[in-house]
Design a protein around this ligand. Structure first.
Ligand code: PLP
Ligand code: COI
Length: 345
């Protein structure tokens, strides 16, 4: 198969239309999802009154396909994305797709777009965006009757400019989630409300917002598009625990990597902003499918800078080891735990 003629090493995290996408439909009448198919058309025609357009009834996922060192194409733990999409869907009264059909859709859409999967060693990967939404009309506040599930792909480079260079973030004055709300699911509505805060942050020179817990505003939660991890003075990996953050698959994988590959002790617990202010953490990073691990060098705390010991010049040693081990597992240079690597081609 001939690869597309793309400058793979200089891709940013942006959408590029690829050849094929997977589409399945659910109707109330049929009471189930159809078997789905690959289609070439990237356009969607729907009612002006579709549930997604009126009441934001939509949930999504994000995962990547990689070319391994020996030239295979693989994805990383797609079953976990399938399970998370189910919990997101159930929370918004969208009929969930089976994990089997989800994984099948990923296999099909990646294989069909194999020419778009960046080659090994370019630092790029194929981002896969599965999503589902209410497609039939609603006018009173209620769930739609009919739904569509789609998965498209797009080749991407680093989420933050400069890749693994430390970034400068700020504590946000806005909340991302409500107590007992939807912070723990991957719903479009969580990202719509983050658009103003992220644009404000960018206008003021920050790469991202760190959100605090909405109930007390004393605990560190996550950023708009990634979980947060820390390394403390005892070389422990410290991971915020909260019911209102997204259960990141990258973070869960890094916890395992830290314990089983790097011999680190891991603390999953509430993390107070005061701990960061007091300098308890020598390294800080954002983690997620898109972000991989992006080191944080500085956090702006209402106008005052909190400097992280690892600094703004380069990624700290633990974040570097975590990142290299995880990428090595994904690209086949480090042996993967059973079941993590899902072969496609
Ligand atoms: N938190 C938020 C709000 C996200 O949007 C993402 C991205 O998916 C993550 C965390 C990271 O999750 P994952 O590692 O499963 O990609
Ligand atoms: C991902 O990491 O897959 C995400 O969905 C984050 C998104 C904000 C780009």
């Amino acid at each position: 198969m001939e690869k597309k003629n793309i400058d793979w090493s200089n891709l940013s995290f942006a959408y590029m239309k690829t050849d094929w996408r997977y589409v399945a439909n659910y109707t109330k009448e049929a009471g189930k999802w159809d078997e789905g198919a690959l289609v070439a058309d990237d356009k969607i025609v729907m009612s002006e009154d579709a549930g997604v357009l009126q009441y934001a009834q939509t949930v999504f996922e994000g995962l990547k396909a990689y070319t391994t060192v020996d030239g295979r194409i693989v994805t990383f733990r797609p079953d976990l994305n399938g399970e998370r999409l189910r919990s997101s869907a159930i929370r918004l009264e969208i009929p969930p797709l089976s994990v089997e059909q989800f994984v099948d859709s990923i296999e099909k859409v990646v294989a069909a777009n194999a020419a778009w999967v960046p080659p090994y060693g370019t630092g790029a990967s194929l981002y896969i965006r599965p999503y589902m939404f209410g497609i039939s009309p609603v006018i009173g506040v209620k769930p739609a009757d009919d739904y569509q599930y789609r998965a498209f792909t797009t080749p991407v480079g680093p989420y933050f400019k400069g890749g693994a260079k430390p970034i400068y973030v700020r504590f946000s004055d806005y909340d991302r989630a409500a107590p007992h709300g939807t912070g723990h699911i991957k719903a479009g509505l969580n990202y719509a409300m983050s658009l103003k805060p992220i644009m404000d942050a960018h206008r003021q020179g920050f790469a991202e917002n760190v959100y605090l817990d909405p109930a007390t505003r004393t605990k560190i939660e996550e950023t708009g598009g990634a979980n947060i991890i820390f390394v403390d003075g005892d070389d422990h990996l410290v991971v915020p625990k909260s019911d209102s953050i997204l259960p990141s698959i990258t973070r869960r994988s890094l916890v395992y990597v830290a314990e089983h590959y790097l011999g680190m002790k891991v603390e999953e617990r509430e993390v107070f902003a005061d701990e960061l202010r007091k300098g308890c953490f020598k390294e800080m990073g954002l983690c997620g499918t898109a972000a991989v691990i992006s080191p944080v060098g500085k956090v702006n705390d209402n106008g005052k800078d909190i400097e992280i010991a690892s600094g703004m010049e380069k990624m700290g040693p633990w974040m570097t080891k975590l990142r290299e081990t995880l990428l090595g597992i994904q690209e086949g240079t480090v042996e993967a735990p059973e079941g993590w690597i899902h072969p496609i081609l």
